[in-house]
Design a protein around this ligand. Structure first.
Ligand code: FEO
Length: 164
């Protein structure tokens, strides 16, 4: 059985993951509208991955005898200045999610809730990958600066993503 505080915090995390999906769907729509189809595709796949994260927390709450309570999802931003600004925001967002996962782990450790710790371990590892993915793209976008040729190449490369 989950403690009340963990049940509440895990429900908040379902919301955080749904908001992550919203942010990446919004970014994907922005890039589609600007005809950067590769960036749009990468972010759309990322958004779908975030839905699977929300689903993992959702299922875990139920499996542990808790109650899922869906909270309102905040409206995401709509426009960005360019690809670099969008992916920098993505990176900052993932750093925030890492802090959230660490916060959840702190509570689970304090409460000696081993099942929650075990579930969260997957997310601890996942966040290393999430931050690394965004960091790498941000670094490449910084290198590309205002070179259309480099940006077209990056757009093409990111468009090859076919799974989360
Ligand atoms: Fe579910 Fe990208 O963190």
């Amino acid at each position: 059985m989950l403690s009340r505080i963990l049940e509440e915090e895990l429900n908040k995390q379902v919301n955080e993951e749904l908001f992550s999906a919203y942010v990446y769907f919004a970014m994907s729509a922005y890039f589609d509208s600007e005809n950067w189809k590769g960036f749009a595709k990468w972010l759309r796949i990322q958004a779908l991955e975030e839905l699977t994260h929300a689903d993992k927390f959702y299922n875990f709450i139920i499996d542990r005898g808790g109650k899922v309570e869906l909270l309102p999802v905040e409206k995401p931003p709509k426009d960005w200045k360019n690809a670099l600004e969008a992916f920098e925001e993505g990176l900052r967002h993932e750093q925030h999610i890492t802090q959230r996962i660490n916060h959840l782990m702190d509570i689970a450790v304090k409460e000696r809730d081993y099942a929650t710790q075990s579930m969260l371990k997957w997310f601890v590892d996942e966040q290393v990958e999430e931050e690394a993915n965004f960091s790498e793209i941000v670094a490449k976008l910084r290198l590309a600066e205002d070179s259309p040729r480099a940006l077209f190449y990056l757009d093409h490369e990111l468009g090859k993503r076919d799974k989360s």
